[in-house]
Design a protein around this ligand. Structure first.
Ligand SMILES: Cc1cc2nc3c(=O)[nH]c(=O)nc-3n(C[C@H](O)[C@H](O)[C@H](O)COP(=O)(O)O)c2cc1C
Length: 190
């Protein structure tokens, strides 16, 4: 797929075919993409924990917050939850700030997943203490992001930001998720 098409098809997905397993090897392939991604001062301070076993997934899920703008939706129901997670950590023994390294790693993982026919969602709103306990995350590691992954079970479409200027995503009666994006004209200011 051309990079433009891949990026456009890479929408955050929050409902999955939970029964469709994502193997550990697949997660390793996705993390491998981050090895070849840019890193400030080439410090490569990011570390990862991979989760794809039902028991581990069940421990991770309650630590994550889903779709803050969808006030009436508590997050994916059983059967529609992610089949796997990649937890992105910052190793504080390498550096104490991580700049935008984890954003770059996130995009590499998500695009790689999309190319494989999977989909994902970055989760930044995390009950970090609970997740640390659940996965026994070492004290030296800062929890930066979780990437939820699986076979997509929802349709997501891009919309232009409307007259009201709202960037809040919404879901229609058919369950389609709509994501407003600002126009190119609004982004380029000079
Ligand atoms: C750093 C970061 C943190 C995010 N955290 C969450 C989150 O905690 N929960 C969630 O449901 N989505 C989260 N998202 C997904 C955004 O809501 C999503 O990217 C946005 O709605 C635009 O949709 P799109 O990814 O399809 O373009 C996060 C995205 C990024 C980049």
């Amino acid at each position: 797929m051309a990079i433009r098409d891949l990026i456009i098809s890479n929408r955050s997905c929050r409902r999955f075919e939970e029964g469709f397993a994502v193997e550990r090897r697949t997660l390793e392939e996705l993390v491998e993409l981050t090895r070849f991604s840019a890193s400030a001062a080439n410090l490569q301070p990011l570390k990862y924990i991979l989760c794809c076993e039902p028991a581990k997934n069940a421990a991770v899920f309650p630590t994550l917050a889903w779709a803050g703008y969808l006030k009436d939706w508590p997050g994916p129901a059983e059967g529609e939850r992610p089949a796997a997670y990649i937890v992105i950590l910052g190793d504080t023994e390498i550096n104490n700030t991580f700049g935008c390294d984890h954003g770059i790693a996130l995009q590499s993982i998500l695009l790689g997943a999309r190319e494989m026919g999977l989909a994902g969602c970055a989760i930044g709103l995390i009950k970090r203490d609970e997740l640390r306990k659940a996965l026994d995350v070492p004290a030296r590691s800062e929890i930066l992001l979780v990437v939820a992954l699986g076979k997509p079970k929802e349709q997501v479409v891009i919309e232009e930001v409307g007259q009201d200027g709202s960037i809040k995503y919404w879901r229609d009666d058919a369950g389609v998720h709509h994501v407003p994006k600002r126009s190119l004209k609004e982004l380029i200011i000079g």
